[in-house]
Design a protein around this ligand. Structure first.
Ligand SMILES: Cc1cc2nc3c(=O)[nH]c(=O)nc-3n(C[C@H](O)[C@H](O)[C@H](O)COP(=O)(O)O)c2cc1C
Length: 173
């Protein structure tokens, strides 16, 4: 049994959060943290799937919002495709696969920001996954587009990863 954490990231914040979640999960089983561009389409052997991306225009990114993100910086953005496209393209999903969704977004009430994780969670359920914890958001700073996670958020992400691992172990016993 292995744990797969799939992230989409433009400027690196969601990647940092995904790495922290992976660190928190490390005690539960072998963990792989992968960019959505390189994520497998066959999930046989995966015991927990964790999927996250940045919130764009209140939800999951689309080609047009990723293009807009790329135009805001002078370096290549980290993911070319989005978790939306990847989730639609997976070919093999073990029945009832344990899963969880996360996103990064601005630190304001969700009614103003939206949250990509809600769309991710919906798609995971549609693909027959069983959500082990509610969708979670981690906050980014707003000084520049690539400020990264707010102070304390990587630690909160690591704790969320540990809670996911504990929920997985509880479900297995
Ligand atoms: C095109 C675009 C649209 C965005 N829309 C929203 C939004 O609706 N709500 C929000 O909270 N943040 C929004 N953001 C901020 C992103 O959530 C932020 O850039 C992201 O969390 C950073 O993660 P990353 O570095 O992994 O890309 C938007 C960013 C971009 C580039």
């Amino acid at each position: 049994m292995r744990i797969l954490v799939v992230f989409e990231s433009m400027f690196g914040a969601t990647e940092r959060v995904a790495e922290a979640i992976g660190k928190g999960l490390a005690g539960a089983a072998p963990v792989e943290v992968v960019n959505v561009d390189k994520a497998p389409r066959d999930l046989a052997g995966v015991g927990l799937l964790v999927v996250g991306g940045p919130t764009h225009v209140h939800g999951m990114s689309r080609a047009a919002t990723r293009k807009s993100a790329a135009e805001q910086v002078d370096y290549p953005t980290r993911s070319r495709i989005g978790v939306r496209e990847w989730l639609d393209s997976i070919e093999v999903v073990p029945a009832g696969l344990a899963a969880a969704a996360f996103d990064t977004r601005i630190d304001k009430p969700r009614v103003f920001t939206g949250a990509a994780s809600l769309g991710v969670a919906k798609r995971l359920s549609k693909r027959g996954c069983r959500l082990v914890l509610p969708a979670e958001s981690f906050f980014v700073g707003t000084e520049s587009v690539d400020t990264g996670p707010e102070p304390g958020e990587p630690e909160r992400a690591e704790a969320w990863g540990a809670a996911l691992g504990a929920a997985l172990v509880r479900a297995a016993t």
